[in-house]
Design a protein around this ligand. Sequence first.
Ligand code: ADP
Length: 164
Amino acid sequence: MRVAVYPGSFDPFTKGHADILKRAAKLFDHVIVGVLVNPYKKCLFSPKERVQQICDVAKHLENVRVIHFDGLLVDFCATVGATAIIRGLRAVSDYEYEMQMFTVNNTLSPKIETVFLMASPPYSFLSSSIVKEVAKYGGDISNMVAPSIKEEVESKFEALKNEK
Ligand code: ADP
């Protein structure tokens, strides 16, 4: 059984993430989306919200599960029985960080392979940060995220605006 983990912040999960997940689900028997809980990174959505959003968007993919985790990625992989880590590569700018992460994970756990999938052309410049930046100023994010996530991002910014 080939099990892979697709880790990330997914704050929020974009169409670029969804594209990588769909392609990874064809390559592996099981793919576990690992939503990173990082107390040092300020996220728009809570881990529970992000897990729910991804579950909704990926419900048609039968071999995909979504779980949040904290701590070391290689420890999470061991817990769920994964032997591969999936990462998406967009522009050259991703390369340095991804190389660093690969080196750390490979040093900690050489048996876990990292598999890089190139971003599909329509999503090669899409990031969660861009989605938040555009939504914050009322721009249209329909091409960037699924309709259910679009609604949640817009409500979140609306609520934040009303808090001020
Ligand atoms: P992280 O905080 O780990 O970088 P992200 O949620 O930003 O988490 O991204 C998770 C993974 O998805 C990373 O491997 C990232 O390079 C990849 N990714 C992000 N956006 C895209 C995209 N538009 N197309 C393909 N891969 C992407």
